[in-house]
Ligand binder design. Structure first.
Ligand SMILES: C[S@@+](CC[C@H](N)C(=O)[O-])C[C@H]1O[C@@H](n2cnc3c(N)ncnc32)[C@H](O)[C@@H]1O
Length: 247
């Protein structure tokens, strides 16, 4: 079985595919001021869409939610239908590298835990033209929270995401790319465990039984366990930060 399909089996039916929770989606949204009465919002890398559904409950307007993994999108479509929200969400199977939306189309671009895939600086540069003037880009993004991380953690991130920088560094990138930084806040540890690591751990235990002899799955288990070990040990040094910026 290919690593990719094992990866998606691991993440299938989890509440979310990355750290976050509805309280903090709401908090970030509350920081957007002077929005038009009807909002056109793009959610990039929506996954199964916990934040998409929350946003749909907050806004008057329309959400386009994109991801390239169909089972996540299927879950979002099903949940949107159940919650009576499907009329306000368009779910698209589309890569974030192939977005072809018109210029000045969106009042808000939202991306929780997915902007690193495109690259923070590059996303800010490339996605800006899709925002209306005065529109907002909101994302949660991995950042150092402390200037002196231990060696073990530094080498872990050098391997995983070498572009990781501190909050000030990210705010500098926001300014460099011509946005006005509006606000930022750190996602608390609890939001990593509740909807993400705890359900992931349960699923790892379940699949460990199923793939007891599969070497490739053992590698996946090891890398997920290492990720949780790092966070458990070093969450004072890094975390997800919500950045809110205005075009
Ligand atoms: C860490 S998850 C975050 C999902 C969701 N926003 C959340 O916070 O739970 C990253 C998401 O990006 C999606 N993704 C990865 N590469 C992508 C690409 N090239 N285009 C669109 N989505 C992509 C994955 O399928 C996954 O759903």
């Amino acid at each position: 079985m290919a690593t990719d399909s094992l990866f998606f089996e691991l993440y299938h039916n989890l509440p979310r595919q990355g750290p976050g929770d509805n309280d903090f989606t709401r908090k970030a949204f509350s920081l957007l001021k002077d929005l038009p009465p009807s909002i056109n919002l793009l959610d990039v890398g929506c996954g199964s869409g916990m934040q998409t559904l929350q946003l749909a409950k907050l806004i008057n307007g329309h959400i386009t939610a994109i991801d390239f993994h169909e089972p996540f999108l299927h879950q979002l479509r099903t949940d949107a239908e159940k919650e009576g929200l499907s009329g306000s969400i368009t779910v698209l199977n589309k890569s974030m590298f192939e977005m072809d939306f018109p210029d000045e189309n969106f009042d808000v671009i939202w991306s929780e835990g997915a902007i690193y895939i495109y690259g923070f600086r590059k996303a800010l540069a490339d996605w800006k033209s899709m925002l209306k003037p005065g529109g907002y880009l909101v994302c949660s993004h991995i950042s150092w929270l402390n200037d002196n991380p231990p060696e073990e953690l530094k080498s872990y991130w050098e391997n995983e995401y070498p572009e990781i920088t501190g909050i000030e560094g990210n705010v500098r990138i926001i300014r460099d790319e011509g946005y006005t930084p509006v606000d930022h806040f750190v996602l608390p540890d609890e939001s990593w465990w509740k909807n993400y690591y705890n359900p992931l751990r349960q699923r790892l235990n379940l699949l460990s039984q199923k793939y007891r002899t599969a070497g490739v799955f053992n590698k996946l288990i090891e890398s997920s366990k290492q990720e949780m070990y790092m966070f458990n040990r070093y969450s004072a040094f890094y975390g997800y930060v919500f950045f809110i910026m205005k075009r």
